[in-house]
Design a protein around this ligand. Structure first.
Ligand SMILES: Cc1cc2nc3c(=O)[nH]c(=O)nc-3n(C[C@H](O)[C@H](O)[C@H](O)COP(=O)(O)OP(=O)(O)OC[C@H]3O[C@@H](n4cnc5c(N)ncnc54)[C@H](O)[C@@H]3O)c2cc1C
Length: 427
């Protein structure tokens, strides 16, 4: 599906020849940010690493995103604390900050110009309950000594003038400002990472879907074109498509998210909005929206109503949310969707598969993967080369939770979204 990021054509690479047999050290499945970063870092040592991609390079979520490079994990910091406790939440959140910083360092080191702007992130309250939620979050940030600046209405309005002033008591924050965050061009990022893989002599084969992964060691990968790849090690970086390979079915949910881009804003429209700091913005709802400005002054706006394993999305809902957010007329130029790897407990998964001992799965980013997917490439390379998990990297858990039967998954997802929407509406 085309997005505005496809103005940068994907690097063109050839498919692996049909009916052939190959022996390699490492095969990476999936050429999104996760797979490309894993390949890049593994290639720091001399070894044969190939990347097998079903479609074009970056064809999955990686070029469908809104391109916000932000810290954080799970629904929000309070949810993370409830889930894993304060000490672990602090550690995990700090590791996401390090992941953002690592991306910045890597882009500089590899001279990848993907229009990165480290503009910070605003989380804007929606209504009175939004202010209460942000106040509780601000307190958690402060107690865990994590960077966050609460803003009152006047300070928010100096940064951006949205349609509605967050209602509620003025002593509670109208927004939170997170300083270490920014936005970038996902198409240029994918292209730059793919070039860096090639510079290190890695081979990327596009239009080469893997249809089966053997459970022996070395693993035998069967490709759709009749070829076979035998690999000592496999990095599975297939995001929301993973259950199609029969792996983590019922544990990873292919969830469709949507985003749109407006036509470039006129100078006077932009002046009316303020937004001179060009911050990435998220709202405080459970079914939240997120948005940023591109280098050519388009608004890229995502979020809202997700769907489970369906190809249709609610474009009317997204456009009406856009119009409710901005006090100016904007024209929608393009709308698209992408599939993410959602996990019930919203924590990522980096694990060697019990069923396939040669395979390490990396993903479960739950729609929040730009920083972590790239940083995870370095962690996985360390695991592969040293045989141990790096002490500086996050410890998640072995298996994501299971929701058995397709019926339960459909119903569970539908009920969860309805509940979040209802809670947002009543508050
Ligand atoms: C609308 C939207 C907005 C988003 N906004 C943000 C944001 O602002 N900030 C943020 O941090 N994150 C955001 N995300 C999430 C982010 O894009 C992802 O977390 C990240 O790109 C995941 O990268 P990935 O490489 O793990 O997965 P993907 O990019 O999906 O890559 C998986 C790749 O595997 C390939 N593949 C699948 N099956 C096979 C197979 N059998 N054989 C070979 N190849 C296969 C696919 O074709 C695909 O290219 C957003 C996602 C969407 C959809």
């Amino acid at each position: 599906m085309n997005t505005i990021w496809h103005e940068v054509p994907p690097l063109s690479t050839a498919p692996l020849l049909p009916q052939t047999r190959h022996r390699v050290h490492t095969a990476v499945i999936g050429a999104g940010l996760t797979g490309l970063s894993a390949a890049y870092h593994l290639l720091a040592q001399p070894r044969e690493v190939i990347v097998l991609e079903a479609k074009e390079i970056g064809a999955g979520a990686s070029t469908s995103s809104t391109g916000m490079l932000t810290p954080g994990i799970a629904q929000n910091l309070l949810a993370l604390i409830r889930q894993v406790g304060r000490a672990k939440a602090q550690r995990l959140y700090q590791q996401t900050l390090q992941a953002v910083q690592y991306v910045v360092t890597l882009l500089t080191q590899e001279q990848i110009d993907c229009q990165l702007q480290l503009s910070g992130q605003l989380i804007v309250a929606q209504g009175k309950s939004g202010r209460h939620r942000l106040a509780a979050q601000a307190q958690a940030f402060e107690q865990l000594a994590l960077p966050c600046q609460p803003l009152d209405t006047a300070s928010l309005w100096q940064r951006i003038r949205l349609r509605e002033i967050p209602a509620g008591p003025e002593q509670l924050p109208a927004a939170l400002y997170l300083p270490l965050a920014g936005s970038l061009h996902p198409g240029l990022l994918v292209q730059g990472l793919a070039q860096a893989v090639q510079t290190r002599d890695g081979k990327i084969y596009s239009h080469t879907p893997v249809v089966q992964i053997g459970n022996q060691r070395p693993a035998v990968l069967s490709l759709a074109n009749g070829s076979e790849v035998i690999a000592d090690q496999v990095i599975l970086a297939t995001g929301g498509y993973t259950p199609q390979l029969g792996i983590f079915r019922g544990r990873i949910f292919p969830v469709q998210l949507q985003a749109l881009a407006t036509e470039p804003l006129a100078a006077e429209t932009l002046a009316h909005l303020g937004w001179s700091g060009r911050e990435c913005i998220t709202d405080s709802r459970r079914l939240f929206n997120y948005f940023r400005l591109t280098a050519d002054n388009r608004i890229v706006f995502g979020g809202g109503w997700p769907t489970y394993d369906q190809s249709t999305v609610n474009t009317t809902d997204l456009i009406s949310r856009l119009n409710r957010t901005f006090p100016v007329d904007v024209t929608v130029a393009m709308i698209w969707r992408g599939v993410i790897d959602y996990v019930l407990d919203t924590l990522p998964i980096i694990t060697r598969l019990r069923t396939h001992p040669a395979v390490i799965f990396v993903g479960g980013w739950c729609g929040h993967g730009i920083a972590l997917s790239i940083a995870a490439g370095a962690w996985v390379a360390h695991l592969s080369m040293q045989g141990t998990w790096p002490t500086y990297a996050p410890q998640f858990r072995q298996q994501p939770p299971l929701l058995p039967t397709e019926w339960a998954r459909q119903l569970g997802f539908w009920a969860g979204i309805q509940l979040m929407s209802w809670l947002d509406n009543i508050s």
